[in-house]
Design a binder for this molecule. Sequence first.
Ligand SMILES: [Zn+2]
Length: 54
Amino acid sequence: MAKYVCDVCGWIYDEEAGYPEGNIAAGTKWADVPADFVCPLCGVDKSQFSLVEE
Ligand SMILES: [Zn+2]
C-alpha cells in the first residue's frame, strides 16, 4: 500500500485507509481512484499528487 501527497497543500491519500468521506473505500489503489477526484483540502486534481517515498 502506498501514500500520495498533494503537492499543493500536503494532504495525504493513504491507499490503506482510502477516503471514506469521499466514497473511496479503504484499500483502493491510487490508480483506481476516480479520475475526477480532487484534493479535499485545496481542490486540485490527481495530476497534482506525488507518490510518498518511505
Ligand atoms: Zn491539496
